[in-house]
Design a protein. Structure first.
Length: 510
């Protein structure tokens, strides 16, 4: 176990070894590692004065920025359990997550992008019996701690161990309610550390990451990745092509990690922005042609909230062996992957598609309101619900969700396979496939985003790439990926998508 296996130990180490180096930057503020250490320690004393201590569950609603990082570090270094909450939540969704995680204290902005989070929230009620206090971020900024709480901070931090809980992160599938996933300091930092090389993150990296910090991709892939590597994290509240390009240029960002469609949008708006500092490992739409790989040559990092981010990958600046193209690379050190028959749970041979199960020290510690027996198999594996196969060389190939696959005329359709084919069609920015029940049978439904697309052209191109039974027969067209219905954690809402596709069938029957 590393001697920097808690947040406090890690922050102290960075502040001691590289005090003046920028730790986190947003358009209005920047903090060095020394300033992050000092300011988060001061804020931790304020929390201690209010009654927060080791094991206290504290919710955080705030957009990306320096203040999010400072608050998260202040809480976790004294052993409080951070509960990042989505800025996209509706009031009923927020109440549900506060209740599931038994949040005791809540730190929140009053409003962001038209959403007001604190209206109607009350402490010590039958609806939220655990909730004791609510802080508005501006209110919190005006509070200072006395000498006694400041002295207690170091003692609390010293009592935190790698096995203590760090964070409850909410996740959901494409349908169903979100679940609170619990990670410890040791397992979360171990998971992030195992993936640094695949992400091409090191001490010299200036990392831009647009992913919200309330998702594991933002917290683990951004905040903790930069902290572990001793890198610099660059972020912003609301990414737009204009503001993002300005940040990338002015901060000489070397690594852009995020969503491919965002990189493609930036490339279209690039103009004369100087992005020459970007290095291989960044999303390729922003790299010069000579630095781009052939399609499929680079691994698709693959993971989930339960594994605290990617558990399989390959260095993002390096081509995989030709036989592994299209794969998710290899499982990281410390992660055991096995493929089992979805019905029997019996392990299957290499090159056989089955359900992916995971075991290892970097996996979740548990799920809120679920017993260990409800979460893991008898021998300690976590059933992911994902379908995949391992080849003879140990490379992992993803084949979609086990609960997404369906049969058409007796033949199995894997939505991920159809989605991949549709995304290869010129002009398609995003594609999502699901089954649509009609007249006693399943049909293949597709929601496709992109400008100037027609069903006729999509159907014609799909027929050239897919077997006849896999070609969608029900279509929905969206002008952009942002228009596709999504749930509170940002994942596509397959249930709502299925409803819209069904409405399309009904409308065509009128």
């Amino acid at each position: 176990m590393s001697d920097s296996a808690t947040i406090d130990a890690l922050v102290c180490s960075r502040a001691g070894s590289q005090p003046d180096k920028p730790a986190v930057i947003d358009p209005s503020t920047r903090l060095s590692y020394a300033e992050l250490d000092t300011s988060s320690r001061e804020l931790a004393a304020v929390f201690v004065q209010a009654g927060v201590g080791k094991g206290t569950r504290v919710g955080l609603i705030m957009p990306n920025g320096v203040e999010w990082v400072r608050t998260a570090i202040a809480l976790t270094r004294i052993g409080a359990v951070l509960v990042p909450l989505s800025t996209l939540l509706t009031p009923p969704e927020l109440v549900a997550q506060l209740r599931v995680a038994a949040v005791q204290f809540l730190v929140s902005v009053d409003e962001f992008r038209g959403r007001r989070y604190l209206d109607g929230l009350e402490v010590n009620t039958s609806t939220l019996p655990a909730l004791q206090q609510i802080w508005d971020v501006e209110q919190l900024a005006s509070v200072t701690a006395g000498a006694a709480p400041a002295r207690i901070v170091d003692a609390l931090a010293a009592a935190v161990t790698p096995s203590d809980p760090l964070v409850i992160m909410f996740t959901s599938g494409s349908s169903g309610p979100p679940k609170g996933v619990l990670h410890s300091h040791g397992n979360a930092l171990g998971a992030v550390r195992a993936g640094l090389a695949a992400r091409c993150i090191h001490a010299g990296t200036r990392l831009y990451l647009p992913m919200p910090f309330f998702w594991v991709g933002g917290f683990g892939g951004g905040v903790l990745s930069a902290l572990l590597a001793g890198a610099t994290l660059v972020t912003e509240q609301i990414p737009t092509p204009e503001t993002t390009l300005k940040l990338l240029e002015s901060e000489r960002v070397t690594l852009f990690r995020g969503w491919p469609d965002q990189a493609e949008t930036l490339a279209r708006h690039r103009g004369d922005a100087d992005l020459s500092a970007l290095q291989p490992g960044s999303l390729e739409a922003l790299l010069p042609p000579q630095l781009r790989a052939q399609p499929g040559a680079r691994a698709n990092l693959f993971g989930m909230t339960e594994s605290f981010g990617p558990y399989s990958g390959y260095p993002a600046d390096t081509d995989m062996p030709r036989s592994a193209w299209g794969s998710c690379g290899k499982p990281f050190e410390g992660m055991e992957v096995r493929i089992v028959d979805p019905d029997t749970g019996v392990p299957v041979p290499a090159e056989t598609v089955g359900m992916i199960q995971l075991r290892g020290p970097h996996m979740l510690r548990g799920i809120c309101r679920r017993s260990r027996e409800q979460t893991f198999t008898a021998d300690g594996f976590y059933p992911t619900g994902d379908l995949g196969r391992l080849d003879d060389d140990g490379f992992l190939f993803y084949h979609g969700r086990s609960d997404d696959m369906f049969k058409v005329s007796g033949a199995t359709v894997y939505p991920s396979e159809v989605e991949k084919a549709l995304r290869a069609i010129d002009g398609v920015e995003a594609a999502f496939v699901t089954n649509v029940f009609d007249d006693g049978r399943d049909r293949v439904g597709a929601a496709v985003a992109g400008a100037a697309l027609t069903v006729e052209r999509l159907r014609e191109d799909a027929r050239e790439r897919l077997s006849p039974f896999k070609v969608p027969t029900v279509w929905l067209l969206f002008s952009s990926p942002d228009a596709v219905p999504r749930g509170p954690t940002g994942k596509v809402d397959k249930r709502r998508l299925r409803e819209q596709l069904t409405e399309t069938i009904e409308a065509n029957q009128l």
